[in-house]
Design a protein around this ligand. Structure first.
Ligand SMILES: Nc1ncnc2c1ncn2[C@@H]1O[C@H](COP(=O)(O)OP(=O)(O)O)[C@@H](O)[C@H]1O
Ligand SMILES: [Mg+2]
Length: 242
């Protein structure tokens, strides 16, 4: 059962051809790691998947539903896809619990008590239940990113997209975030993760996708990608970051 089906997607920013016929698929429950140089189009691709950006041609299906700008469908799509960014984007004036319940209350219209219950379970999943009454500024960057992940989990999404979730963190805080993501992957969440954390990719990814100059030049399981990359670009890139 495909959860994500990206078919021959092209995207321009003005004259700049940023995505040049991207096709990739994730089965339900799979974790994909998307990597490649800065400017290769990784963020743009993620943004197209939940229609933060329009596409010029091609098609994207999430759980067999075509991604279109039609309002009602778009609202449903966005409610079904979690997005975790490099910057955690927590609301500073809301408690951790307030941050995690907000989407439930506003988007899902979940009653307060129930939202609280769901949020506490999500916070427990990321090991931060005891911080529910704290405020974002009282937490480390790693903890804040785990709250951002809990906020996604609480919405019970079909898939979560991660755009360099650990690249704004101090090195000693990266591991705890990757650990939470690994747990989530093992629990069967479908995830597409932009990351250059190759240890994480090796342990967690079902598939890796190497984007180069707007093209998906290589894909495969980590065993293949690490042992025997097919292209020179991919081989060099992996060598450079390892
Ligand atoms: N909103 C935008 N307007 C114009 N150009 C953009 C915009 N967003 C990204 N780009 C350009 O598209 C290319 C791909 O960017 P991006 O998807 O952010 O790459 P990556 O995430 O792989 O670093 C880059 O050349 C970038 O400058
Ligand atoms: Mg990016």
């Amino acid at each position: 059962m495909l959860m994500l089906d990206v078919k021959d997607v092209h995207k321009h920013f003005g004259q700049l051809h940023v995505l040049k016929g991207i096709s990739l698929q994730l089965e339900r429950g799979e974790t994909g790691v998307l990597f490649g140089r800065s400017g290769s189009g990784k963020s743009t691709l993620l943004r197209c998947i939940n229609y933060l950006e329009s596409i010029d041609s091609g098609e994207i299906y999430v759980d067999n539903e075509l991604v279109t700008p039609e309002r009602a469908k778009l609202r449903k799509l966005r409610a079904n896809i979690g997005f975790v960014f490099q910057q955690f984007n927590l609301f500073p004036h809301l408690s951790i619990l307030g941050n995690v319940t907000l989407g439930l209350k506003v988007v899902r219209k979940t009653p307060e008590d129930e939202a609280r219950e769901i949020a506490l379970i999500a916070l427990e999943d990321v090991g931060l239940k005891e911080k529910a009454e704290n405020y974002p500024e009282e937490l480390s960057g790693g903890q804040q990113q785990r709250v951002a992940i809990a906020r996604s989990i609480a919405m019970n999404p079909k898939m979560i997209l991660f755009d360099e979730p650990t690249s704004a963190l101090d090195p000693e805080l990266i591991g705890e975030v990757l650990e939470v993501m690994k747990d989530l992957s093992q629990q069967g969440m479908t995830m597409l993760v932009v990351s250059h954390e190759m240890g994480f990719a090796r342990e967690t990814a079902d598939k890796m996708f190497f984007l180069h100059g707007g093209k998906l030049v290589e894909q495969g399981p980590p065993s293949e990608i690490f042992r025997k990359p097919k292209t020179e670009e991919c081989r060099r890139f992996i060598e450079a970051i390892l």
